[in-house]
Design a protein around this ligand. Structure first.
Ligand code: ATP
Length: 323
C-alpha cells in the first residue's frame, strides 16, 4: 500500500482534527502518501481530493470541527454516486481509506467496500457515543463536558429562582450524553430513549420533592426521548403542576464545538494511528475502537447493527443520588 486517503463525514465532533492529524502523521511515518477528501462522500464523488503533508496538520490538534469539512451526501446512497466516487479514488491511485464518522458513514463504507473491494477502516467520530465496538467515541467526552458546564450554570439560576429546569441534550436515539450529564450535574431525573419514563413518574417525582421542601429541580432530557423533547415535556408538567415554574433549556449545537478535551485528543490520536496501521497490516471493513484501554477492531456490520447497552449502574446512580 502506497497511497491512502482520509475523510470526515456525518455530524462533526471535537477531536476529528486530532484524528486527521494522527492519520496523516502515521502515514508519513510509514512512508505512505496521504490525501485528504473534503466534505465527506461529496468530496469523493466530486474529486475534492488533495495531498496532505505532515505540516498540513500542524496546529490543529486543539481545534474543534474538522479541517476537511463534513457533509451529508444523499448521492452516495445511490449506485451511480458510489461509481463516481470509485472513479475519483482510482484516478488518484488511492489504495486504502480512513473514514472518520458515525453509523451512516460506516453503512456507506461497508457498501462501498463490498462493491469495489477498496480497503476502508473507520474511526468513530460522533459525539453520540452510540457505536458498538468502542467504549467511547471521538467527541463524546468534550460534548458531555460542554453540556455539564451549561448545566452547572443553569443550576445556579434554578436554585436562585426556585425553578424546575428541563435541559435537553443531544445524543440522537441514545441517552449516552444525557446519563453522565445527569450524574455529573446532580440532576433529579434523566429521561432517555433506552428506558421508559412516563409523565406520571415525572410529575410524581416533582411532587415528592416539593413535599420534601425541595425548591429547584433539574431534569435532563435526551433529544430522542419517547415523551418528546424538553419543550413538550415541560408543557405537560406546566399543565399538571401550574404552581411550578418550569423552564426549558436546549443546549443544542454548542455541544458539537470547542476544543477537544485531553481524553478526546488521546482517543483520537490512538484511533487514527490504529486505523492506518490496520490498513498497512491488511485489515479492512472494520471500525477501530478502544475497549478497556486496548485497541479493538469491530466489523462495520457489527458496529452498525449491534446496540451498545446503556449502563444500569449509571441509571441507578441517578436514582439513588438524587434523593
Ligand atoms: P453522526 O452519527 O454524527 O450523525 P453519521 O456518519 O451517522 O454521523 P449520517 O449523516 O447518518 O452521519 O451519514 C453520513 C453519510 O454517510 C451520509 O450523508 C451518506 O453519504 C452516507 N450514508 C449513510 N447511509 C448510507 C447508506 N445506506 N448507503 C450509502 N451511504 C450512506
Amino acid at each position: 500500500m502506497k497511497k491512502i486517503a482520509v475523510f470526515t463525514s456525518g455530524g462533526d465532533a471535537p477531536g476529528m482534527n486530532a484524528c486527521i492529524r494522527a492519520v496523516v502523521r502515521t502515514a508519513v511515518h510509514h512512508k505512505l502518501e496521504v490525501y485528504g477528501i473534503g466534505r465527506g462522500y461529496n468530496g469523493m464523488i466530486q474529486g475534492e481530493i488533495y495531498r496532505l503533508f505532515s505540516h498540513s496538520v500542524s496546529n490543529i490538534i486543539q481545534k474543534g470541527g474538522t479541517i476537511l469539512k463534513s457533509a451529508r451526501c444523499p448521492e452516495f446512497q445511490t449506485a451511480e454516486g458510489r461509481k463516481k466516487a470509485f472513479d475519483q479514488i482510482s484516478k488518484f491511485g488511492i489504495e486504502g481509506i480512513v473514514a472518520i464518522g458515525g453509523n451512516g458513514t460506516f453503512t456507506g463504507a461497508e457498501i462501498f467496500h463490498k462493491e469495489y473491494g477498496i480497503p476502508i477502516m473507520g474511526c468513530p467520530g460522533t459525539i453520540d457515543n452510540d457505536l458498538y465496538g468502542t467504549d467511547y467515541t471521538i467527541g463524546y467526552d468534550t460534548a458531555v463536558n460542554t453540556a455539564l458546564d451549561a448545566i452547572d450554570k443553569i443550576r445556579d439560576t434554578a436554585d436562585s429562582h426556585e425553578r424546575v429546569f428541563f435541559v435537553e441534550v443531544m445524543g440522537r436515539d441514545s441517552g449516552y450524553i444525557a446519563l453522565p450529564c445527569a450524574i455529573g450535574g446532580g440532576a433529579e431525573m434523566v429521561m432517555i430513549p433506552e428506558t421508559t419514563t412516563s409523565m406520571s413518574e415525572v410529575i410524581e417525582t416533582l411532587q415528592q420533592g416539593w413535599r420534601r421542601s425541595k425548591t429547584s429541580f433539574i431534569i435532563i432530557v435526551a433529544e430522542g426521548d419517547d415523551e418528546g423533547g424538553a419543550t413538550e415535556i415541560a408543557a405537560k408538567v406546566k399543565e399538571a403542576l401550574p404552581q411550578m415554574d418550569a423552564k426549558v433549556t436546549i443546549i443544542g449545537h454548542v455541544q458539537r464545538g470547542g476544543s477537544p478535551t485531553a481524553a478526546d485528543r488521546l482517543l483520537s490520536s490512538q484511533m487514527g494511528m490504529a486505523a492506518v496501521e490496520g490498513l498497512i497490516a491488511g485489515r479492512s471493513n472494520e471500525m477501530v475502537g478502544v475497549m478497556n484501554g486496548e485497541i479493538a477492531y469491530t466489523p462495520f456490520h457489527d458496529t452498525i447493527t449491534k446496540k451498545k447497552p446503556i449502563s444500569e449502574n449509571f441509571l441507578k446512580l441517578v436514582q439513588v443520588l438524587s434523593v
